[in-house]
Design a protein around this ligand. Structure first.
Ligand code: GLV
Ligand code: MN
Ligand code: MN
Length: 432
């Protein structure tokens, strides 16, 4: 079936915008929730409009193919899920721009010179089950499917149950090397999650590297008791070492020139007039090198063990998610810079502390990223933004990059194999 032009960028943006949007303008598109399933339906509709072949892989990632799926494919896209209370651009901008770019390429080429796919990676944020980039990590064999499928959300629903409820068979989940081997290059366009482009006056940037990062859970268990009758010295209050951990994480991260964030705390039973019995604290830590992240988290854990012993509180610490950093192949970066420069002028290179499916794929596939200016610099919040003019410049940039890759008869032969290229860690500063 021949390609049919779909909705233009603004129409796509307008039709996607209401899905999962809360009255305050923030987004709640948690993986496999009704809101995110409606975004997946939106993706299917966009594929159908264009006569693209829709292909749901064994890990729940959605692919829309221009041309027959096959070896040497150029792939672009991002994700449609959000963090709790997220913004509208983180993820969707890359998917909408991908469809808009394919429309332009179809007008230019008529027939695809190589297979090209738009992808929506499942559960990038890990906002429900705690593991970042679940769909791309399952596909590339970087996470154990059994352990991941058994993880629960805040209501105790497992990922396997959530998939089943959505009509997806979780027993299919697992590494998909055949699919990965067909990808000649993956390019993800993403909203910038900082203000570097805004400061530089540039609408679009090229990613140089992504910092390694991870998520840890600290469970503090003490003894619940009466707030009015329990002497301070007799208390085993888990919130006291939990509070110290939050402050200590920040202080130690500052000293290590790293980032550490506690954005989620749960306290049980959560009564105003009772000492808590348990407190759980989730820590996100990031730095230019994996060693710095690991040393930082270990040092925070050791300090917390000492506090816990002083307060007679038990501590269990566990790693929930780990993401290797990535340095994107220099030759591919050069190609992006040249393609974007030809349509938009000078283009800066940025290193980011934010995680992306592109960084996961970079371990196995030549991978690159484009960033679009975000004037507020804010992300994971409704204040995340980009002007329509910059979004369309992003489509210009992505179309130029994809055209260069489609025209490349050399088959990316100058781009080194990912394993060789990934030695070393990002060294530039994060974008914010
Ligand atoms: C996702 O955006 C992350 O960086 O955690
Ligand atoms: Mn995000
Ligand atoms: Mn994202």
């Amino acid at each position: 079936m021949s390609y049919a032009q779909g909705d233009d960028f603004e129409e796509m943006w307008t039709s996607l915008a209401p899905l999962g949007r809360a009255p305050d303008g923030s987004y709640q598109r948690l993986a496999w929730s009704d809101a995110e399933l409606s975004c997946r339906d939106w993706f299917r509709r966009q594929a159908r409009l264009r006569n693209m072949l829709l292909d749901e892989d064994r890990n729940g990632n959605l692919w829309a193919w221009w041309g027959e799926p096959g070896a040497g494919a150029i792939v672009t896209g991002s994700h449609l899920d959000s963090v709790p209370g997220g913004g509208g651009f983180d993820g969707p901008l890359g998917v909408v721009s991908a469809f808009a770019a394919v429309d332009r390429l179809a007008r230019r080429y008529g027939q695809p010179p190589k297979p090209l796919a738009v992808v929506d990676f499942a559960d990038e944020e890990g906002g429900r089950f705690g593991v970042a980039c679940a769909g791309s990590r399952l596909m590339t064999g970087q996470v154990d499917p059994c352990a991941l499928l058994a993880r629960t959300d805040r209501s105790g629903v497992t990922l396997a149950e959530a998939m089943t409820a959505a009509g997806f068979d979780p027993s299919r989940c697992g590494a998909d090397p055949g699919r990965v081997s067909k990808i000649a290059a993956f390019v993800e366009l993403h909203i910038e999650q900082g203000r570097t482009l805004d400061h530089l006056g540039a609408p679009v940037g090229v990613a140089a590297a992504v910092w390694p990062h991870g998520r840890w859970r600290f469970d503090f268990t003490g003894q619940a008791d009466h707030a009015g009758t329990t002497r301070i010295v007799d208390r085993r209050d888990p919130l006291i070492p939990a509070a110290h951990l939050i402050l200590d994480a920040r202080a130690q991260a500052e000293a290590a020139e790293a980032l550490a964030t506690v954005g989620r705390v749960e306290v049980n039973p959560g009564a105003t007039n009772a000492v808590a019995s348990r407190a759980s604290v989730w820590l996100d830590a990031r730095a230019p090198s994996a060693e710095t992240v690991r040393n930082l988290v270990e040092s925070i854990r050791v300090a917390s063990v000492q506090r816990c012993s002083h307060h007679r509180v038990a501590l269990v610490a566990s790693e929930e998610s780990w993401s290797d950093g990535a340095s994107f192949p220099a030759a591919l970066q050069e190609r992006l810079v040249a393609s974007v420069r030809a349509v938009l002028g000078d283009v800066p290179r940025l290193t980011t502390g934010a995680g992306h499916d592109a960084a996961v794929l970079a371990a196995q596939v030549p991978t690159a990223m484009l960033f679009v200016r975000n004037p507020t610099g804010v992300s994971h919040d409704r204040a995340e933004s980009a002007s329509m003019q910059d979004c369309l410049r992003g489509v210009d940039a992505l179309s130029a990059v994809l055209a260069a890759l489609l025209d490349d008869a050399g088959g990316l032969s100058d781009v080194p194999a990912p394993a060789a290229d990934r030695a070393g860690s990002p060294s530039a500063v994060a974008t914010r």
